[in-house]
Design a protein around this ligand. Sequence first.
Ligand code: NAD
Length: 273
Amino acid sequence: MLSLENKVAFISGAGSVGDDPDAKVWGNGKATAVLLARQGARIYGVDLRKEAADVTKALIEKEGGTCLTRGVDMTKANEVKAAVDDCVKQFGRIDILVNNVGGSAPGDAVAMSEEVWDRQIDHNLKTAFLSCKYVLPVMEKQGTGAIVNLASVAGLRMTPGRAHVAYSTTKLGILAFSKSTAISYAKKGIRCNTVIPGLMHTALVEHRLAKTIAANDLQGLIDKRNAQCPTGKMGDAWDIAHAVLFLASDEARYITAAEIVVDGGLTATTGLG
Ligand SMILES: NC(=O)c1ccc[n+]([C@@H]2O[C@H](COP(=O)([O-])OP(=O)(O)OC[C@H]3O[C@@H](n4cnc5c(N)ncnc54)[C@H](O)[C@@H]3O)[C@@H](O)[C@H]2O)c1
């Protein structure tokens, strides 16, 4: 079940914020890379910070898996193209593409500068566009391929008092990007789907959000996020990785232009009371 034997997976943002090799809390890309490798895939992990991807590589190799890494800024077309070409040169194919790079910046339309808006569009949308631009022809030649894009519940529901207008806009945009790509390539054996994470206990919470929105009160932030979830607990990067694995696997062969919401029921709530 869910074997990825003989498959090659290109994963963007395969590292995680905070490069502690012994870290217990991981980012979504790192957990996805390790899980896909456990299922037999050879991993080509790219990250803006190669050292972060190399932490993932070491974990995979310790378990007997195969992982190559490369420092790539996924917002730069020439770097993305060079990485895709190198992946094909090293492994001969690309069966799975996981577009995991993304992140939020605070602010509404008035508070946010034009520069931050543009950077958010590049970070959350252009990264997926560029990898698809160069990977789709490879998959088309193979006659097979599975793409999984990462969105966010921030594109589906808004939190009063905490706007991140560009993040919400781009993450909703990812759903349309995935569907459009899925329909264009449906007859060519290529599937494209989206995973929509909710409030996850990832490295981002530990390393960034605790500082930016919780005045270094990490436990207070964890308690608050747990309380906001219908289950009383955030999910973690493994929950996202398992959804990616399913959508990337042959068992999901008839699933395309679809979304899996991994949020413990969060988006089904009214947010009231
Ligand atoms: N963490 C959450 O709670 C959460 C919730 C909803 C959605 N998401 C989505 O999940 C995805 C992963 O989030 P995360 O918090 O696990 O990731 P993260 O912040 O840990 O980042 C993963 C890696 O991406 C790399 N990266 C950043 N910019 C890059 C670029 N331009 N090119 C290449 N690599 C780059 C970073 O160096 C980092 O190692 C994102 O798309 C995010 O929007 C996360």
